[in-house]
Ligand binder design. Structure first.
Ligand code: BTN
Length: 322
């Protein structure tokens, strides 16, 4: 049915087709037409809808072109080896698969998918990844650090993404540990997964998910209350390739700073961009709920929560509830 609607639009380039016309041609109800149009939009087709005139085909789904990324990339190492897929279960899974092969994965390898069928979020959650509308990417890093330092990397990536958004005049902030929020709604998340040998990180795969050009109807009813996209926040369409290149550049600058000077400068940047510090928070950890005032980040990247005057607990991971 979706194919038939596309064929119908192709026969009438630039023209509006009313819901009635489409439903007659396709021998289905107008509600069914609306559902199919919604599905096409979810797949990234741009279709204009006007109450009186009906529907008009504007363009096919946008695609990330490796050649365009290569022409805009300003990094020294990150993203030069680039693999773009139309659909993957998860870019994280693909990065680990490549790393497990005999040739392995080099630092800087970037996996990009237009859509993910089993996108992974933190704490075993799933991650919505509609086609052609977001940045769903995994970046391979090989920092020479022990496992206890990996929370620092997560914070570093959140800082890089947040700084790029702020430069685009999008008022994003970081909710501990790595959610990017705009006016309290989540627009991006980071999932850092590692493999280690004798406590040393062999491979860190930084999964970055950014809701770039999602529209309100891309979210389900429950998540629309707590999620947003850069397009919704900025009120304009965002060029995903240029955003990706800016993020890789910022990330490389911060990563080099981290490798040379350690975590201290990153920690200060994170603290300045955080919406969590100085707030009373409840964090769900594996060992139970902890409530207190978030007062800072310790040298290993853990959130310091003051549970009672003078009593502080460092939290390395968890789910922040408030
Ligand atoms: C979170 O906030 O829960 C983290 C979300 C991370 C999502 C990204 S999308 C690209 C990469 N591949 C995945 O399956 N997950 C990460």
């Amino acid at each position: 049915m979706l194919d038939q609607i596309l064929q119908l639009f192709a026969k009438h380039p630039g023209q509006f087709l009313s819901g009635e016309e489409i439903s007659n041609q396709l021998n289905c109800s107008r509600t069914a037409v609306w559902k199919h149009i919604r599905q096409l939009r979810k797949e990234g087709y741009l279709i204009e809808a006007q109450p009186r005139n009906g529907y008009r085909f504007i363009r096919e789904p946008e695609r990330i072109l490796p050649s365009r990324i290569a022409s805009m990339l300003r990094t020294k190492r990150l993203g030069h080896e680039l693999k773009v897929y139309e659909s993957l279960p998860s870019t994280q899974q693909k990065a680990f698969e490549i790393a497990a092969k005999e040739e392995g994965a080099q630092e800087g390898l970037l996996i990009v998918a237009e859509t993910q069928t089993a996108g992974k979020g933190r704490m075993g959650r799933s991650w919505l990844s509609p086609s052609g509308k977001g940045l769903w990417v995994s970046l391979v890093l090989k920092p020479s650090v022990t496992l206890q330092f990996t929370p620092q990397l997560t914070l570093l990536i959140a800082v890089a993404v947040c700084r790029v958004m702020n430069r685009m005049e999008i008022p994003a902030s970081i909710k501990w540990p790595n959610d990017l929020l705009i006016h309290g709604k989540k627009c991006a998340g980071i999932l850092l997964e590692t493999s280690a040998e004798d406590e040393r990180v062999k491979l860190a795969v930084a999964g970055i998910g950014i809701n770039v050009n999602l529209d309100t109807d891309d979210f389900d009813e429950a998540s629309v209350q707590r999620s947003t996209s850069l397009k919704i926040a900025a009120g304009r369409h965002i060029d995903r390739e240029s955003l990706l290149c800016d993020i890789l550049y910022e990330l490389e600058q911060l990563y080099d700073l981290y490798l040379q000077k350690g975590f201290e400068p990153i920690k200060s940047l994170w603290e300045a961009l955080s919406s969590t510090l100085q707030q009373t928070v409840t964090v769900e950890t594996l060992s139970g709920k902890i409530t207190g005032k978030a007062v800072g980040i310790n040298p290993w990247g853990a959130l310091i929560v003051e549970t009672s005057p003078g009593e502080c607990t460092p939290l390395y991971s968890g789910d922040l509830k408030s």
